[in-house]
Design a protein around this ligand. Structure first.
Ligand code: TXA
Ligand code: MG
Length: 319
């Protein structure tokens, strides 16, 4: 069983010897390995049960270190990095040879992020390599936002979980790349809102493949972020009229429903705050999934700011 602790030295030694360590970030916990070590990267895919064609984000602590991983950085990327790093933004940039093919799944671009978590930044400062890390959940399941979430599912497979407490943001980073004409485009909604990005660099496009992120070739793969309990996204009130409240779980934005037992309800933010809702989203989904109910009913949140990232995760969970 993985040890859970705050020992940065231990985490550094394990990573340097090719082992995997779960690391806290402000978004979700990552399953980290040495990004320069193809064997460690392979271990990440094996541990997650993730198909190898899904590329990984490379994490580091300082923007100066990135220059050796990439060929160049467009002006807009510089502006966004300056403004939002460390933070929940991932940039897709043209990669250098030093990044193994396995990390980018053969893509010419590498995904890079400087996460905003003090413990993890201290850890990275001690390493002579960047850390490749997908979210620390088995492929297809809900991302972990607490050490216990990681331990529950990957605890038998990794030696150490660096305990940085509960994740502050709660949804994954926003991914931004550039199209063939150099125009910025969002590949995944996440912890930095489209509005915040546009305030810095003007209007951005939404990448056409943003839904679904599943590889086209395989229809057999499970959707991302999904609880095991089937989930329906819609108007909770009218769904309850049809289905009744006794055997369902409810994931709502801000209100409770009298016909559903209290223990089967998760209210994301009673005051209607999107940040609070994002922070608790994956934990609420995990809790409801753990009740082994027939169905989980969920509703869309306001579709602006962090609400877009939350709605994207809800849509995928309900696919
Ligand atoms: O907040 C986050 O981004 C978390 C924390 C741990 O940093 N990480 C995370 O990683 O969400 P993951 O692997 O669960 O999701 C990364 C996404 C995947 O959908 C992957 O396809 C995409 O980033 N991605 C990674 N590298 C890419 C590349 N070179 N080109 C296009 N997409 C890429
Ligand atoms: Mg993930």
């Amino acid at each position: 069983m993985a040890e859970i602790g705050k020992d940065i030295e231990k985490a550094a030694v394990l990573l340097a010897s090719g082992e995997l360590v779960a690391i806290p970030t402000e978004t979700v916990y990552g399953l980290g390995g040495n990004a320069f070590d193809a064997d460690a990267v392979l271990k990440i895919f094996e541990t997650k049960g993730r198909p190898q064609f899904n590329p990984l984000i490379v994490h580091t602590d300082r923007v100066e270190k990135i220059s050796s991983f990439i060929q160049d950085m467009p002006e807009e990327a510089r502006i966004l990095a300056e403004k939002f790093w460390p933070g929940p933004l991932t940039l897709l940039l043209p990669r250098n040879e030093i990044i193994p093919d396995l990390v980018t799944a053969g893509n010419t671009r590498v995904a890079i992020r400087i996460p905003d978590h003090p413990l993890t930044l201290q850890l990275f400062a001690q390493l002579s390599f960047p850390v490749a890390a997908p979210s620390a959940n088995p492929f297809g399941y809900i991302s972990p936002t607490k050490p216990a979430h990681v331990a529950d599912q990957l605890g038998d497979l990794i030696p150490y979980i660096l305990d940085g407490g509960a994740c502050r943001v709660g949804v994954e980073s926003t991914i931004l790349g550039f199209d063939e004409f150099g125009r910025p485009e969002i590949h995944r909604f996440g912890g930095i809102s489209q509005e915040a990005i546009e305030a810095e660099i003007g209007s951005v496009r939404i990448h056409e493949d943003i839904m679904p992120l599943r590889p086209q070739a395989s229809g057999a793969l499970r959707s991302h972020y999904a609880p095991r309990t089937p989930m329906i996204l819609g108007d909770i009130e009218s769904l309850l009229e049809k289905l009744g409240g006794s055997e369902v779980g409810v994931l709502s934005f801000s209100r409770r429903y009298a016909e559903v037992p209290d223990t089967q309800q998760q209210v994301l933010s009673e005051v209607g705050d999107l940040r609070e809702a994002a922070q608790g989203l994956f934990g609420a989904m995990r809790y409801l999934d753990g009740l082994n109910l027939k169905l989980i009913l969920a509703e869309r949140l306001p579709d602006h700011g962090l609400g877009r990232a939350i709605n994207d995760r809800l849509k995928r969970a309900a696919e």
